[in-house]
Each structure stands twice: as structure tokens, then as C-alpha cells.
Design a protein around this ligand. Sequence first.
Ligand SMILES: *Cc1c(COP(=O)(O)O)cnc(C)c1O
Length: 381
Amino acid sequence: MSEPRIPFNRPYMTGNEFGYIGEANAGFVLAGDGPFTKRCNRWIEEQTGAAKALLTHSCTAALEMMALLLNLEPGDEVIMPSFTFVSTANAFVLRGAVPVFVDIRPDTLNIDETLIEAAITPRTKAIMAVHYAGVGCEMDTIQAIAERHGLYVLEDAAQGIMARYKGRPLGSIGHLGALSFHETKNVISGEGGALLVNDPAFAQRAEIIREKGTDRSRFFRGEVDKYTWQEVGSSFLPGEIVAAFLWAQLEQAASITAERLSCWGRYHLLLEDLERENLLRRPIIPEECEHNAHMYFVLLSDDVDRQAALTYLKRENISSVFHYVPLHSSPAGRRYGRVHGTMNNTDHLSERLVRLPLFIGLTEVEQQRVKEALSKAVHAV
Ligand SMILES: *Cc1c(COP(=O)(O)O)cnc(C)c1O
């Protein structure tokens, strides 16, 4: 008899989601920018200090808005890691811009800030910081480089809600930031996201781009007496039902983070032995970063066969997964992007990485089971 399955992720519900959706229904406001959207926007502004937060239907949408806000033109370049989700690059490729991939740091797997400056060309417009696993990039250095060269700093903080770098919430540090509320993230609405406008110079255009290129938001505030087409935009806002769901989650973002952190901390203790035996490496959190336990991953030693380890875990009914296929080695990444320098860390570490189940409700007994199965898997070399 095999043990019950441990899934990789189980979306957490606070229990208040359907009550708020009922309220939205009862109020007959179902399109976007109703009372729940406004509540969510205000919460995000207060939590992050962003000049303006705008809910979007996904983090991908928020990244696409960034590309529109920067008026990127074909051939413009955005420096970013290759070890990231597709949307980080795709949003800019949609405008004809070129993602320029640089290697990652071996500790955090975030963009290696020491490699950015050499990748800058006259076409570079922005540096994109992706905060992997909710652990902040070295933002002070990135911002200093951007200032020296007159570039924008963008943050893909899809995994970064409630996490901080030197006390500053991820997503609120660059000119623009993006959060995700996808089902797989810490705080969820199924699909969902937000654009953080930290440079107020972008605030008005961000509203216009999000509302199909019109000044409809200003019209509803009574600032203009009719709304018209102002510039290129799209429909980037979620409906009220999604916002109502999200509100239930945002209200409990602090306790969600605390519960995930305790689960993360238990793995960290359980896996200390295996790290001491050099069979794997645990995550490294730099001192200046407060993370949010978005993910618990291990980097298997070179002697361990990752595929065999994953297969073993699967046989033990434990759902464990690797992560990104680096964008520079994907068909579209090769077609639309460019690599600057070597990708040694990206290539090597992405091949060693295994993410363990982590969700609210994962028990200590289950974590112990994951540890024992992983231990057997990595000792079987
Ligand atoms: C999840 C994720 C995204 C995409 O978020 P969606 O809300 O699904 O569009 C983008 N970037 C990173 C780093 C992510 O982890």
C-alpha cells in the first residue's frame, strides 16, 4: 500500500472568498474597478508604498503594460535573467523589443548584478529584476547602474508579495513592478496580478493603457466630462468577482506568509544533514532580504541524477518538480532574445533544481516523509 499522495501545491482558501463574491453579486457590480478592486488597489498601495497600484488580470498583463508604458520600439533592449518565466521576456517581445539575457548568481538564482553593466548598449532601455522565490535581487546595485546609464528599473515581483529587500517591499523599488495572484502563488485569485506604479510620472498613462487606451478612469472620477481614445492600450483589468476573491486573500496575506514561512523553516531544518553530506544545497537568503516562503527548492549535487530522484519521489507519491527551462535555450528565446556573456550558472543550476511541495496545510508528518524520500533518492547515487 503506498502512502497518500502529497501534491506539489494546494491552493489555500481563507473561507471568505465566496462571501465576498456574493457581496459583489448582490451589489450588481461585476465589471472591473468596482468597490472590491478599489479595496485591493488601496491595500496594495498601503502595503507596498507604491504611488499607484492597479489590479490586472495577470502578472503577464502587468508586464505587458510596463512595455507599453516605456514606449518600447523594435530593437530596444531589456536586460533580464534567462532563468525566469516566459512572460518576463514575452511582454517585451510583443513590442518588438529584445530580451538580453545575463547569467544568474549562484546563491539566490537572481540576475547577477555584476554582469549587467557590460550588457548595456545604446539600445538598452531597462533592467528587469526578477525576484526568484520571493528573494530580492541586489536592488541597490541595479538601481545605481540604471541611474548611471539613464535606464528604467522594472521588477517582476510575481513571486514577491510580502517579501522585502532592505525593508522595502518587492515590486515597490524600481520605476514599475508586477505582482501575480495566480493559483500557484502565495496570495491568489485564480488568475490575477497587479501593476505597481512607483514613479508617479507613469500613473495617468497606466490607467489609460489598462482601460483600452481611454481616459475612462478619469471620467468616472469626474475629472473629464466624456471619455475618449487617448493612446494604444488594451483591457488589462479583472472583473469584480476576481477582485472579491482576492480581497479575502489580501486580508490574510500576513498570516498566509507566516504559515508558509514556518513550513519553509521546517524543511530548512530537516534538510540540513543532506546539505552537510554535500548531497544537495539548501536555499540561501541574503541578510538584506526578508523572503515570503514562496518556494522551497534544493539544488542537487552534480553526482545525483535529478531525473532519477524525481522519479523516485513520484513512486513515493510525492509530487516534486523542476523549474524553468532557461529562456535563452528555448525556441522563442533563441529567436527573439540575445545572450550576453556565458550562461554557466543558469544552465548548470536550472538542471540541478528540485522544488518540494509547499502549501498551507502540509503537515510536519508529510514534510518528514518528503525528507525521507528525498534522502533515499539522493543517497541512491
Ligand atoms: C507566475 C509568474 C509570472 C506570470 O504570472 P501570471 O499572473 O500567471 O501572468 C511571471 N513571472 C514570474 C517570475 C512568475 O513566477
